[in-house]
Design a protein around this ligand. Structure first.
Ligand SMILES: [Zn+2]
Ligand SMILES: [Zn+2]
Length: 144
């Protein structure tokens, strides 16, 4: 345990701070409409972690939660409104937005929900129509 990497993250204003420890289960970009509307951006860069790898070090009481569906509990800072992470209880994974953990070397392994994209990315990385099979999707890949 002791020699695992830890990466610090925070919301936009710094009231909420946290660390992620170890290596993410997956990293990539999500093109789904939910991510787009919640983030107010065309694509969401995600890093997925086992929930135990994410530790709130400051401002836990300052985190707001919204869940439109039981699949995603979206978390943000009540002071600045900055998004911090989303819990996916069904997948037993927490999506910590790559943008809020700048120290983590981000390397996309996959694009998911690419059938919904509004911003095509020609990076040569695998594009999945929806989600990987092991996460309940079709596992089908689509053209860039
Ligand atoms: Zn904040
Ligand atoms: Zn998404």
């Amino acid at each position: 345990m002791g020699n695992e990497n830890s990466y610090g993250g925070s919301c936009f204003c710094g009231a909420v701070q946290f660390t992620v420890t170890g290596e993410p289960a997956a990293m990539g970009y999500c093109h789904c409409e939910s991510c787009r509307r919640w983030s107010a951006g065309p694509v969401n860069a995600f890093t997925l972690w086992n929930p135990g790898a994410v530790r709130i070090t400051r401002g836990a009481e300052n985190i707001g939660t919204y869940n439109k569906s039981p699949h995603s509990y979206r978390k943000w800072c009540k002071t600045c409104g900055g998004h911090v992470f989303t819990e996916h209880p069904g997948m037993k994974l927490t999506d910590v937005y790559a943008a809020v953990i700048p120290e983590l070397p981000f390397k996309a392994g996959v694009h998911v929900h690419y059938q919904e994209t509004v911003l095509r990315v020609k990076d040569g990385v695998l594009k999945l129509k929806d989600m990987p099979k092991e996460m309940g999707g079709s596992g089908d890949s689509v053209a860039e």
